[in-house]
Design a protein around this ligand. Structure first.
Ligand SMILES: Cc1ncc(C[n+]2csc(CCOP(=O)(O)OP(=O)(O)O)c2C)c(N)n1
Ligand code: SF4
Ligand SMILES: [Mg+2]
Length: 285
């Protein structure tokens, strides 16, 4: 069984002191240990941004991909080797700006993987510009008069795109976030968690203090996450009170399960000895 020490790496961490990414890192490690997953059963994929460095700090197979392309990479890995547990880490600009199209379709197809979005409502690595989840009026160096468009709502969008596991977490609630990650990874189908992850350097509005004053746990109220209509309503709650927890969940066949009539073995199990690709390679020269 994997221990916390097994998961540590010697790579120097360059996140700013107090960055919300540390909370996500701790929660993921705890979740992987709680699920008793062995290292060779898991693949982590990340995009470009401060969040993307997370794969450097977990001693597990990791693919640091390109900006906005966490989902195509993660989906490909899962489809060729369905025995793997695949977890993607994306930033809000990464997923909700550059990677938005992939988001909708991975949800709709119900690919069996987990997507964790580090939602700090800003481009962190590029030192502070607005993203699709920056609130209207949010000022940065490149938008000194404030963002002019309203923020999109990824949680509501995931529900209307027929998502089967839609959740929201907050790094200020690490035990709760760990539980969410455990449930998300166990879910058979596409599981998505939007995680509030304060960027202490470039988002001085959506701070720990800001979230602490607003965030509440759905588990502490009477809430039925299997009711889609109610979930949509809940996903739109924003202001003095912002819910975290599983917002919507249902069971549905995953993308690959729907293809079982044509894919009874994984590509990684097919024999390769008799395959000769030299003529294909030649045609490309
Ligand atoms: C294809 C491509 N477009 C743009 C960039 C420039 N770039 C680097 S990181 C980044 C986004 C960072 O924001 P976010 O995804 O929110 O991650 P964070 O740094 O906040 O974790 C961008 C646009 C890039 N590296 N590649
Ligand atoms: S710039 Fe923001 S998101 Fe990036 S490491 Fe620093 S605090 Fe974290
Ligand atoms: Mg960001």
């Amino acid at each position: 069984m994997v221990t916390l020490e097994d998961l540590n790496t010697p790579i120097k961490n360059t996140w700013c002191p107090g960055c919300g990414n540390f909370g996500i890192l701790t929660a993921v490690k705890r979740a992987l240990i709680r699920l008793s997953l062995e290292r060779n059963q898991v693949v982590l994929v990340s995009g470009i941004g401060c969040h993307g460095k997370i794969v450097n700090h977990i001693n597990i197979n990791g693919f640091h991909g390109i900006h906005g392309r966490v989902l195509p990479l993660a989906n490909g890995i899962k489809l060729v080797n369905p025995n793997l547990t695949v977890v993607g880490f994306a930033g809000d600009a990464d997923q909700y700006d550059e990677g938005w199209g992939y988001f909708t379709h991975a949800i709709r197809r119900n690919v069996d993987m987990t997507l964790i979005v580090h939602d700090n409502m800003v481009l962190g690595l590029t030192t502070g510009q607005t993203t699709a989840t920056s609130r209207k009026g949010f000022k940065t160096k490149s938008t000194p008069f404030g963002a002019i468009s309203p923020a999109l709502n990824p949680v509501a969008h995931a529900i209307v795109s027929n998502g089967t596991f839609v959740a929201r977490g907050y790094v200020g609630e690490i035990t709760h976030l760990t539980r969410l990650m455990v449930e998300a990874i166990k879910h058979k189908g596409f599981s998505f968690i939007d995680v509030f992850q304060p960027c202490v350097s470039f988002n001085k509005i959506n701070t720990y203090e800001w979230f602490n004053q607003r965030v509440y746990k759905l588990e502490e109220e009477e809430y039925d996450y299997t009711n889609r209509q109610k979930a949509l309503e809940k996903s739109m709650e924003w202001g003095d009170r912002i819910p975290i927890g599983i917002i919507y969940k249902e069971d549905r066949l995953s993308y690959r399960d729907n293809l079982s009539h044509i894919m009874d073995v994984s590509l990684t199990q097919l024999p390769t000895e008799d395959i000769d690709i030299s003529s294909i390679l030649k045609s490309m020269m």
